[in-house]
Design a protein around this ligand. Structure first.
Ligand SMILES: [Ca+2]
Ligand SMILES: [Ca+2]
Ligand SMILES: [Ca+2]
Length: 262
């Protein structure tokens, strides 16, 4: 009876380790903003504040964080931002032309060590190179299919099919410079799952085909709308199956051992 309780407790502990969602708060800034004509700006430009050296540009774009739930057989990444609440910014409603970005994924962690001042100097060409992206089949609308894109080599090589942050037509708009926002490839790859935009303020990537992540040691993520007025990057550790098995076995032994002492 007692032994059985110990075993059940161990199994519960292991499943929690695998399935506990990880919340990543948005602490990433990225390279400072520019205006639509490409010129740099500064906070004392015409006496106005343009969110230089700050997290987001314009309150309507604020990303608060992302939730990552990776079980091995499924991956759910949900991004929380005011951007999803504001229909004025959505491409299907407005003339702004701002689209939802694809989700960039690293399977070997998140490299910030080579970036000088990660907070305000980071851009697509330095720091992490992404092994995969989850492509939305439609950068407008409210739901659709997701497709895997595998970068050949790395995402920050010259010639990699990456679309950088931009504003469409109005060159007075301010956007964050040189951020990777979408994959420049229309071909449908391996079906990954589905995506859903919630007008309450989130975008969920629901991945049911996790085959590309099979050898991942640590997952890194990067997401932004195409103007990149706010960008989020973060990472989560992936428990190795062997570690989980050992830990589970250890917990079982602890459970049995503690019973035998009585
Ligand atoms: Ca990588
Ligand atoms: Ca970077
Ligand atoms: Ca940010």
């Amino acid at each position: 009876m007692f032994k059985k309780a110990g075993l059940i407790l161990s199994v519960l502990s292991v499943s929690c380790l695998m399935a506990t969602p990880v919340y990543i708060a948005d602490t990433y800034f990225g390279q400072n903003p520019v205006v639509g004509n490409g010129s740099g700006i500064s906070n004392d430009n015409a006496g106005a504040t343009y969110e230089v050296n700050q997290d987001y540009i314009g309150a309507g774009f604020n990303i608060t964080g992302m939730n990552v739930d990776y079980t091995g057989s499924s991956l759910k990444v949900e991004i929380y931002s005011d951007y999803f609440k504001n229909s004025v910014f959505q491409p299907e409603y407005s003339g702004y032309g701002i689209e939802m970005g694809d989700l960039f994924i690293s399977t070997d962690g998140l490299n910030t060590s080579t970036v000088s001042n990660y907070m305000i100097n980071d851009h697509y060409g330095i720091g992490e190179d992404w092994e995969y992206a989850l492509m939305l089949d439609n950068s407008a609308g409210s739901s659709g299919n997701l497709y895997w894109y595998a970068f050949n080599g790395s995402s920050n090589n010259t010639g990699a099919p990456v679309i950088l942050s931009h504003v469409p037509t109005n060159n007075m708009f301010i956007y964050r410079n040189n951020q990777e926002v979408q994959v420049d490839d229309a071909a449908a790859g391996l079906l990954a799952g589905t995506w859903v935009r919630n007008n309450a303020g989130s975008l969920a990537f629901n991945v049911t085909n996790t085959t590309p992540l099979a050898d991942a040691s640590e997952l890194g993520f990067h997401w932004a709308p195409t103007c990149a007025n706010d960008v989020i990057e973060g990472n989560v550790k992936v428990p190795e199956p062997a570690t989980i098995l050992l830990l589970g076995f250890g917990l079982v032994l602890v459970g049995i051992g503690s019973r035998k002492k009585r």
